[in-house]
Design a protein around this ligand. Structure first.
Ligand SMILES: [Zn+2]
Length: 445
């Protein structure tokens, strides 16, 4: 038994959303009780006690669109890389990296990324992976690290025609093998999806090949209209808009995640809503790639399940939360925009998306929920209660405010000390592999 207490506690449970001095009791991988600190200490006198020291106790954060493969891009300078648009960014940077990645580098990318997730209080990750340098076993390699570091993960490989038909098929088979493996897993820590890059790098027959090989329990994870060229391709080569094309190819549904959705129209939103397909917004990445601002407020208003990701830009969900908040105020010229939509995306919708793959309730501190709990060392300078916790998080915290991370009942970081990960060694090995990757890439130039 474990109790995390002596902090202001934000539960995301409607019945008791906030405790001034709250605690959460954990037995194995589940929460068994929430309440006042003294009450829980009295109820479970023998439990190990983690003292939040007056900080904020809340559910672990969830990232619904992440890219482990991008880890080694940090600080990389590719000879001749000078993008004029989004396609240049994809081809010149991301496809160049994933064309070179082998499983050793994938493993170190996963270690570095998961380590940063833990330090930022991210306890569940939906990753979208590409490593055309070595496809086979790449998802199993990431899953190894997820298990070793204890991070709940839903993985997929991004199928694309961009490296030719053989590699496209190998990517589909990697997804299929991993989904089947994850479906047999009893830990509640692993899930798989059929990953696809984007409609414009996939022919109809390749998407059909994905769907033939996708076990029925899983959905798809695909980039949609991240750039205007994706829409042009769909209109010019297929005579229909992207969401209509995906609808016709039976990609959409409650288990499918469409990332970005920047260039979708009202009709496409209706189709997403009717099929109960999720959308994930990645504000920093969209801004960095200069691809435009998605109509996220309208997508949320229509009741489409819309989550928040980082797209590999960072691993800090609070940074993504802050950016989404100001992006949509700025974009709609409305200082009142995003106050309710963006917190809903991060704190509720990401959990709803994740629970389409993981059985135990996530993103909530209540009896029976998964024991994914974080503590932030945030002491409010103004009164804090259930009505204003989201503002306190928005203006007062960042990912590195998180000092303690518990995932599935395991304490993986306590008072900023990683419990069973040798951070120095991981970072040293990651730098070695990054150097090898960089030399490969610039050796091609
Ligand atoms: Zn992405």
């Amino acid at each position: 038994m474990l109790i995390i207490g002596n902090g202001r506690m934000v539960t995301r449970d409607e019945e008791t959303p906030f405790y001034e001095n709250g605690a959460v009791a954990v037995d194995a991988d589940r929460i068994v009780r929430t309440g006042e600190t003294e009450e829980l200490k009295a109820a479970y006198p023998k439990a190990e006690f983690i003292d939040a020291k007056g900080g904020v106790i809340m559910p672990g954060l969830i990232n619904t669109h992440e890219h482990i493969y991008s880890a080694m891009a940090r600080g990389l300078s590719i000879n001749g890389y000078n993008p004029k648009g989004f396609l240049d960014v994809l081809d010149g940077m991301w496809w160049t990296i994933d064309r070179a990645l082998d499983n050793r580098q994938t493993r170190m990318s996963a270690k570095a990324t998961y380590l940063d997730c833990i330090k930022n209080g991210v306890t569940t990750v939906f990753d979208h992976h590409a490593s055309y340098g070595e496809i086979r076993d790449s998802l199993f390699t990431i899953a190894d690290v997820a298990e070793e570091f204890g991070v709940r993960s839903c993985l997929c490989y991004e199928v694309s025609d961009r490296e030719g038909p053989d590699k496209m098929k190998e990517a589909v088979r990697e997804n299929e093998a991993f989904i089947r493996h994850a479906l047999k897993d009893q830990s509640g820590m692993t899930a798989g999806m059929m990953g696809m890059h984007a409609a414009f790098t996939l022919s109809d027959s390749s998407i059909a090949f994905c769907m033939e090989h996708k076990p029925k329990e899983a959905g798809c994870h695909i980039h949609v209209a991240e750039g205007i060229d994706d829409l042009y391709d769909s209109l010019q080569n297929h005579g229909k808009r992207i969401i209509d094309r995906l609808m016709d190819l039976e990609v959409l549904g409650p288990k499918t995640i469409t990332a970005h959705c920047i260039y979708i129209n009202s009709h496409e939103m209706d189709v997403l809503k009717e099929t109960d397909t999720s959308v994930v917004h990645n504000p920093e990445s969209n801004m960095g790639n200069a691809v435009g601002c998605p109509p996220t407020m309208e997508i949320v208003r229509r009741g489409i399940l819309t989550g928040l990701g980082t797209d590999g830009y960072t691993h800090d969900m609070i940074e993504s939360y802050k950016t989404a908040n100001i992006l949509h105020k700025h974009h709609t010229c409305n200082p009142n925009a995003a106050w309710t939509e963006v917190p809903k995306m991060l704190f509720y919708n990401n959990a709803a998306i994740a629970n389409r793959y993981f059985e135990k309730p996530l993103g909530v501190l209540k009896e029976g929920a998964a024991a994914d709990i974080i503590v932030a060392d945030y002491i409010p300078l103004t009164p804090m209660d259930a009505s204003n916790v989201n503002s306190h998080i928005l203006f007062g915290m960042n990912g590195r405010s998180v000092v303690t991370t518990v995932i599935n009942g395991c304490v993986v970081m306590k008072d900023r000390r990683l419990i069973s990960i040798d951070e120095e060694k991981v970072m040293y090995e990651c730098r070695q592999e990054a150097e090898r990757l960089w030399n490969t890439i610039n050796g091609w130039r």
